[in-house]
Design a protein around this ligand. Structure first.
Ligand code: 0A1
Ligand code: ZN
Length: 866
């Protein structure tokens, strides 16, 4: 990350962690008065400000696109010489140590295409303030370490906006003349402005209640468009389950009398934890069998939990500055992962979480955008809502949990919440609380916060026949990342077991503490060389290089009692065949096929696990194992292996597909597992080339009483060139043309398809009447999905790159945050051949040359080119 500041005039400024200074002015209380209107909303803000420390600096209030219409201090209007603008910030010299400062501005929600600040979505008015959106609403010290008590008054047209919601608890409301009405909400808990929220609109409520462990009654509301009310039951159940879980597992109780959730159609991220008023992307609230897949159901549960858990890990204890973002995000992801594991299958949840980590975070960590869990600098904080902050951050917390065990971890988290309640804290505060509460020294472990890059662990197992010892030697290396050429050895827990070949049993897990560059561990009692099961449960977020043979991996794929390790052995077995094939070696695929046959025949395994274990690694995961990615060869090799598995086990797939047919829909784990396996069986059957496979897929598509099976079949049909492809896509479109979330699936399924014409198909879909750049979900469904389709995106002629770059440029002027999230796939140019890499760079250069480019996109492109 060397020289970004020398990239020329107008390059965005770099914000550094080392520059942190405490705020000069605090704002203990703020009163906001909104005269709401889609085209022109008036915001009157009254800030009680107090000087923080001994200094003579003026009050400086952040603003973005705001013009002060009036400013008063202690009730007296300021004259133009009594304030100034410094860029877009408002600067007011103040004589005393405490004042009441009032500003008036007008903003235009309907014209807000960035979806930051106050904006309009489908007839609603709503807010998004994290990270720095509050400054688009009113002048304020927009930083997370300024905590204020808010009172909020809203007035609005009663017909257009019958429901008025804000943070905290409702205080009073009433009618006004001219068809307007008003409502007042107060939030007694001091909070940073990024947690501010209001919503106004015509909404229906799924109202329910929860009694906390100390007996307080909380009214719960999930607010949606009236037509969507029947689709809110699952989210409500998830909310109540989350509230009970946080009490049981962390001893954390909800603190206000009301908790409200609102679903909106246009949203840049997944959801937002505003105090007492969570605002959600509707895709993480709405679910029913007809329109949501089982994955969607799980995502609703997980995101509802995530946002709810933020009430403690994020809101009651917030972040001192944005470099500490993982303090709340890593911890909260760990909490929501643990919750979901408890609600369903821990084994399958862990497999899913690791798959996501590897697909998103390992890729990020090995490219130009790699950064530590606690970054040192940024240009635009919105670019740092990354897989590293979230998912690697969660793995770091999980390792502390593994090192401490559940009881001592709980002692650490109790101490953390007690010590820092009501404060803006740092990652260091969290680690210190774990040390003090859990009784552990985490000095070396802290490197996980400062060192970027995925450690690679080399594992070698030898056997000393004379002493009967197995000797495991682990060596570690952390690769260089931008700005960090040299790395120190990290501390991490590596869980292993050593299997006796004859009995297929082991003597129990060992938790190894790897702390040195190289370390050997000796295990007595082995008359013959055992089989190594390593990184069980994925105890550390690392890459393991081991010299285990295909025979050993096959052994583990049949016998390992750690579900993650068993899955992993199977995946490694497949990866070895695929990578070897791509490298031009003649690989023996019989162990893979035998392992799959044995796995589907193993009656002790549940369907969901079987489906995970037998699924081939994705094309991009295969690419990640190679220095230079060859997308065509990878596609060919994977396709060939899939076809071989399909054809060799054709009868098994037919039997499985039939066996997993349900009569009647249920959301039980068994039913969900059966649907997952049924879709997998269909995929392999279709890959087998069986003549009737297309018809079987279409029949599943046509008869399904749920979206999991319907979309599963559609995905199979969309990747083929069979007779039913067009028909199924048309039927699907016509059936769901009025449902935005399902239409997203229609776009996404085609963008992800393994079809030779995917590029042309996506290009045409970009001109479809239902495509729009103004809805982030739609953009991600089409172009986000396409950029993740390795074979489609990395066309040899660079046409895929051009298409995505065109969208980045077009979208940047409307919604820079969403545009910036499409840049990273282009930044992976070093991993591709010279022709592809050159074409990717050329597109990055073309984006950078666009006049008026946002800070968001500029940062991602500049870093990607370095
Ligand atoms: N804190 C939220 C994520 C989030 C971040 C920024 C946003 O602005 C557009 C929205 C949401 C979470 O972790 O869920
Ligand atoms: Zn979060």
């Amino acid at each position: 990350m060397a020289d970004i500041h020398t990239t020329g005039a107008g390059a965005p400024a770099i914000i550094r962690r080392s520059d942190y200074r405490a705020p000069l002015w605090l704002v203990p209380d703020v009163a906001l008065d909104f005269a709401l209107d889609a085209d022109a909303t008036q915001v009157r803000a009254t800030l009680a400000v107090t000087r923080n420390g001994d200094h003579d600096q003026p009050l400086r209030l952040d603003g973005e696109g705001l013009v002060p219409l009036s400013i008063t201090v202690d009730g007296i209007a300021l004259t133009p010489d009594q304030w100034s603008m410094d860029g877009s910030a408002l600067v007011i010299p103040l004589s005393g140590n405490a004042h009441a400062v009032e500003t008036l501005v007008t903003i235009a929600p309907a014209a807000n295409t960035q979806l930051m600040g106050l904006y309009a979505s489908g007839g609603l008015l709503c807010t998004q303030c994290e990270a720095e959106g509050f400054r688009r609403i009113t002048f304020f010290p927009d930083r997370p370490d300024v905590l204020s008590r808010y009172s909020v008054r809203m007035t609005a047209d009663k017909a257009l906006y019958p429901v008025l919601l804000a943070n905290g608890d409702p205080v009073a409301s009433g009618d006004l003349e001219d068809g307007r009405h008003w409502a007042q909400w107060n939030d007694p808990f001091p909070k940073p402005c990024y947690l501010f929220a209001l919503v106004a609109g015509d909404l229906a409520c799924n109202a329910d209640g929860f009694t906390t462990m100390s007996g307080r009654k909380v009214s719960l509301g999930i607010w949606v468009k009236a037509a969507d009310l029947p689709r809110t039951a699952h989210a409500m159940k998830a909310l109540k389950d989350s509230m009970a879980w946080d009490e049981r597992v962390y001893g954390r109780e909800y603190d206000l009398a009301a908790f409200n959730i609102v679903a909106v159609a246009d949203f840049n991220f997944g959801a937002m934890e505003n105090k007492g008023l969570n605002i959600f992307n509707s895709r993480y609230i709405l679910a029913d069998p007809e329109t949501a897949t089982d994955m969607d159901y799980d995502a609703v549960e997980g995101v509802v939990a995530h946002e709810y858990f933020h009430n403690w890990s994020g809101n009651r204890v917030t972040c001192r500055d944005w470099f500490q973002l993982s303090l709340k995000e890593g911890f909260t992801v760990f909490r929501d992962q643990s919750f979901s594991a408890d609600m369903g299958s821990p084994a399958v949840k862990r497999i899913d979480d690791v798959r996501i980590l590897r697909a998103a975070q390992f890729q990020e960590d090995s490219g130009p955008l790699a950064h530590p869990v606690r970054p040192e600098s940024y240009m635009e904080i919105s670019n740092f809502y990354t897989a590293t902050i979230y998912n690697k951050g969660a793995e770091v917390i999980r390792m502390m949990h593994t090192l401490l065990g559940p009881e001592r971890f709980r002692a650490g988290s109790d101490l953390y919440f007690d010590r820092h309640d009501g404060q803006a804290a740092t990652c260091e505060d969290f680690v210190k609380a774990m040390e003090d509460g859990g009784g552990i020294d985490l000095t070396q472990f802290r490197l996980w916060y400062s060192q970027a890059g995925t450690p690679r662990i080399n594992a070698t197992l030898t056997h000393d026949a004379a002493t009967g010892e197995a000797i495991l030697t682990l060596s570690q290396a952390v690769p260089p990342t931008p700005g960090q050429p040299d790395k120190k050895p990290m501390a991490m827990p590596i869980r292993i077991a050593l299997f006796d070949r004859a009995s297929a049993r082991h003597h129990g897990d060992a938790l190894l503490h790897l702390t040195q560059a190289e370390q050997s561990f000796r295990f007595p009692g082995f008359s013959a060389p055992p089989v190594l099961s390593i990184n069980r449960g994925f105890s550390a977020p690392v890459v393991i290089d081991s010299d285990r043979s295909q025979a050993d991996l096959a052994f583990l794929s049949a016998h390992d009692d750690d579900p993650f390790a068993r899955y992993e052995a199977m995946q490694q077995l497949m990866v070895n065949v695929l990578v070897g094939t791509v490298a031009g070696q003649a690989m023996d695929d019989t162990p893979v096929i035998a392992a799959i046959r044995d796995t589907i025949a193993d009656s002790k395994l549940d369907d969901a696990f079987i489906a995970e274990a037998i699924r081939l690694p994705s094309e991009s995961y295969i690419g990640d194992q190679m220095l230079l990615v060859d997308p065509d060869a990878i596609h060919l090799a994977r396709d060939r292996l899939q076809a071989k598995i399909g054809a060799t086990l054709e009868q098994e797939w037919r039997a499985l597909h039939a066996r997993t047919e349900a009569n009647g829909f249920s959301l039980s784990s068994a039913a969900k597992g059966a649907r997952k396996l049924r879709n997998t069986a269909l995929l392999y059957l279709s890959a087998s080339g069986a003549k009737d496979a297309d018809a079987i897929a279409f029949a599943q598509f046509d008869r399904a009483d749920n979206m999991t099976e319907r979309q599963g079949a559609l995905a199979v049909l969309a990747s083929g060139i069979g007779d039913h492809r067009e028909a199924a896509l048309d039927i699907f479109y016509n059936r769901y043309a009025d449902d935005a979330l399902v239409l997203d699936k229609w776009f996404q399924t085609q963008a992800l398809a393994f079809h030779p014409d995917t590029l042309a198909i996506v290009d045409a879909l970009g001109r479809h009447k239902d495509f729009t750049l103004s809805n982030p979900n739609r953009v991600r469904s089409l172009y986000g999905a396409f950029a993740a389709n390795q074979w489609g995106f990395h066309q040899g002629d660079g046409a895929g790159y051009r298409m995505v770059a065109d969208i980045v440029i077009a979208l940047d002027s409307l919604n820079p945050q969403t545009a910036a999230r499409l840049v990273p796939p282009l930044g992976r140019w070093r991993r591709f051949d010279a022709v592809r890499g050159g074409a990717m760079r050329a597109e990055l250069e073309r984006i950078l040359a666009t006049p008026g480019l946002s800070k968001d996109v500029t940062e991602q492109v500049v870093k990607s080119l370095e």
